[in-house]
Write a protein that binds this ligand. Structure first.
Ligand SMILES: [Zn+2]
Ligand SMILES: [Zn+2]
Ligand SMILES: [Zn+2]
Length: 170
């Protein structure tokens, strides 16, 4: 089986790692569904569709790209439809906003509370999500030294993903 290729593996960044993406998509949708059921949230067809679109490539997508795909799939073309679905997904931790790109990605572990950190490929916009611990490291030390209480950090690292690096070397 492919148990070592799902996101239960090493805890490394999923987006750039080789993995069984079909399993990844269906597992994440199932986890989102379970989260919504447990929290009494309505996982409507359009919310589900937007999450599915975001999951397709582990790539950050802007609201207009999402809207185009919704239209192709017969979900209408009203921007508020896409925005409301995105708001819902982000608010409930099923998707994250990448501030640097003004775009969105699906969360790869929607059932855990976490502070995400992102690695963003500047060549192909692929995004890998990993965890960050805002209270640790140099920033945490500086905050403690000044008595500042950190509530939220945004970690977005820009660089080149393994696939693009390989292409550049070829
Ligand atoms: Zn995947
Ligand atoms: Zn996440
Ligand atoms: Zn890339």
């Amino acid at each position: 089986m492919t148990s070592d290729s799902t996101h239960n593996g090493t805890g490394g960044p999923l987006g750039f790692a080789l993995h069984d993406h079909d399993v990844c998509v269906s597992d994440t949708l199932a986890a989102a569904e379970a989260r919504c059921a447990a929290d009494g949230l309505r996982f409507t067809p359009v919310r589900r569709k937007v999450l599915e679109i975001l999951l397709q490539e582990h790539r950050a997508l802007g609201a207009y790209a999402i809207l185009d795909r919704l239209r192709e799939d017969g979900f209408g073309s009203q921007p508020p439809v896409a925005y409301r679905a995105l708001d819902f997904l982000v608010l409930n931790g099923l998707a994250h906003k990448i501030e640097q790109l003004n775009a969105f990605i699906a969360c790869v572990h929607p059932s855990e509370a976490h502070t995400p950190a992102f690695m963003i490929c500047r060549l192909c916009d692929a995004v890998a999500e990993t965890h960050s611990s805002p209270a640790k490291g140099a920033l945490g030390d500086a905050a403690r030294a000044t008595g500042f209480r950190i509530e939220r950090t945004i970690v977005e690292a820009e660089g080149v993903c393994p696939t693009c690096a390989e292409k550049a070397d070829a």
